[in-house]
Design a binder for this molecule. Sequence first.
Ligand SMILES: Cc1cc2nc3c(=O)[nH]c(=O)nc-3n(C[C@H](O)[C@H](O)[C@H](O)COP(=O)(O)OP(=O)(O)OC[C@H]3O[C@@H](n4cnc5c(N)ncnc54)[C@H](O)[C@@H]3O)c2cc1C
Length: 382
Amino acid sequence: MWFFTDEHRLLEKSVRDFAQSVLGPRIEHLDETEQTDKSYFKKMADLGLLGITAPEEYGGTRMGCVAATIAMEEIGAVDASTALSDLAHSYLTVNNIATNASEAQKQKYLPKMISGDWIGGMGMTEPGAGSDALAMRTRAVKKGDKYILNGTKMFITNAIIGDVFYVYARTGDGRKDISTFIVESKFPGFKMGKKLKKMGMRASPTGELIFENCEVPDENLVGGENQAVGHMLKNLDIERITISGISLGIARASLEVAVKYAKERHQFGKPIADFQMIQAMLADGQAEYEAARFYTYGSAQMWDEGKLTGSSSRALSAKVKLVAARMATKVALDAIQILGGYGYIKEFPVERYMRDAKLMEIGAGSNEMMRVIAARDMLGDL
Ligand SMILES: Cc1cc2nc3c(=O)[nH]c(=O)nc-3n(C[C@H](O)[C@H](O)[C@H](O)COP(=O)(O)OP(=O)(O)OC[C@H]3O[C@@H](n4cnc5c(N)ncnc54)[C@H](O)[C@@H]3O)c2cc1C
């Protein structure tokens, strides 16, 4: 991007080198065996990736949204699973704590999370409450100097391996009577549920969090009671823009494989790159990738300049996520088409790219919910 600073370019290069040399060689195996290697959090911490949006006094680098999106694109281009786990840790959890928590909570949790000693995740979705997150049933009841949590969270990234979760729970009967708690996995009554087997993002663990009379000290309530919706709104923009970086990475990787293959593969006595129908898929994919890239980084730059405020910014980040996610799935599917039978087998990575890309259309708010937000904004109803 023309507006990247020298610092951004340096970050881009160092994350790209790290992703290609460290993450690349082991992702096929982890994807195949559906394993996670959490030691890579330490390696990402060494590069300063776990606190890109957090203040320096807690170990962060406070580089902002453009930098965070660069990290997501570069990791996503090689290993979208690790990008997703990093997103859940760094933006859904660390950034939430940095934005909303008390000084004591920040001092207790951020340094250990930014150094990669503790892995974080965010628990909002429940078995019966996904898109309609405010219908959640997990409940926190105050008893003495503790809150007692009961309920189940579903589809939580970094479950199984996580040490600290930023958990949403109901503290009243009104729809918006929801609070956030920092819950350590060693608290009494906290249980990891089953690890979920997935189509894509297979090296990023997804699972349930179960709270059975889970005892959370009242000092771990973030802000006050019933403030979660306000907290959530503060971070939605950066979460949806940074996750779009993963979509960009997957699309870029898909195009790189497709271009190389189209030049090497011969049919009818010439490279398939000479066929205009193949060229059309390549050209459309590149144009759509670049359009999504301008949109994503342009919005990230607006975020860094403090220009994303109010309901229209919520619609902007929703549209960015929608455009980038749809683009990634389409580009990855076309890459499979360009590789023909070889695109469908595991010898080439494009089938993994497509499986990973599909999650971008569901996680952190589905395409349909992004459209709901965009349309409401257009109709003056957001
Ligand atoms: C791999 C993975 C990782 C995840 N990580 C996390 C995490 O770390 N933390 C967390 O809290 N959650 C996480 N999620 C959950 C994710 O955010 C939800 O799956 C998502 O919000 C959709 O909710 P749902 O799956 O319950 O689908 P539902 O809400 O049941 O939706 C089903 C379908 O109905 C559509 N739909 C629903 N409402 C409407 C409407 N009003 N208009 C039109 N269509 C509608 C949806 O778009 C979808 O197509 C993760 C999910 C996955 C798969």
